[in-house]
Design a protein around this ligand. Structure first.
Ligand code: SF4
Ligand code: SF4
Length: 186
């Protein structure tokens, strides 16, 4: 089938009207407020409660808080966490941190940022940070090892009191807090 082309009008055959139309659109945007964000110099302010990438944290004395209980590994829906416990011959690192993991890996390509690992951790050792810009040039780079997770999570300068906070919330809601041994400051 032969498609017949419509003949251009006199004004359509002129170059200048189309050029002026383009300049008009450009000038219209030129004086408007810019909506382009200069990423990565500028970053989004994420809302309170935003769940980003999970990282390990150290306590105020620079000790790894994780004790290799593997609860987070067990609960992680996409199996993104792989923990290698220190084994029965490992010596105590310090204080209450007796079983610092030999290796702790999170595959960030699998992680769905659900926050289950943070929820179940009895040691408050893993937290979801407000980081949304995970990048890498290959798959191996996106598997974060223990050193990287600890360096990104850093040291929590303030005492972490997640469980006290949860107990307080439970008491406020009048559920499940009776008989709990933990004391909460008023
Ligand atoms: S945030 Fe969810 S998916 Fe990601 S490591 Fe934790 S439990 Fe697994
Ligand atoms: S991060 Fe928490 S839940 Fe996961 S192994 Fe360490 S102590 Fe257990």
């Amino acid at each position: 089938m032969i498609v017949k082309r419509r003949a251009l009008s006199f004004w359509e055959r002129l170059y200048v009207p189309a050029l002026l139309g383009g300049i008009k659109v450009t000038l219209g945007h030129f004086f408007k407020k810019s909506v382009t964000m200069q990423y990565p110099e500028e970053k989004w302010t994420v809302p309170e409660g935003y769940r980003g990438a999970p990282y390990l944290v150290k306590d105020q004395e620079d000790r790894t808080k994780c004790v290799s209980c593997q609860l987070c590994e067990f609960v992680c829906p996409p199996r993104a966490i792989t923990i290698t416990p220190p084994g029965p011959t490992a010596s105590a690192e310090a204080g209450n941190v007796e079983k610092m993991p030999k290796e702790f890996e999170i595959n960030m390509l699998r992680c769905i940022f659900c926050g289950f690992c943070q929820e179940v951790c009895p040691e408050e050792a893993i937290f979801l940070m407000k980081d949304y810009s995970l990048t890498g040039t290959n798959r191996e780079e996106m598997i974060y090892n223990k050193e990287k997770l600890l360096s990104l999570g850093g040291i929590h300068q303030d005492p972490i009191q997640k469980w006290k906070q949860k107990l307080r919330e439970a008491r406020e809601q009048g559920i499940g807090a009776e008989g709990h041994s933990d004391k909460v400051d008023p």
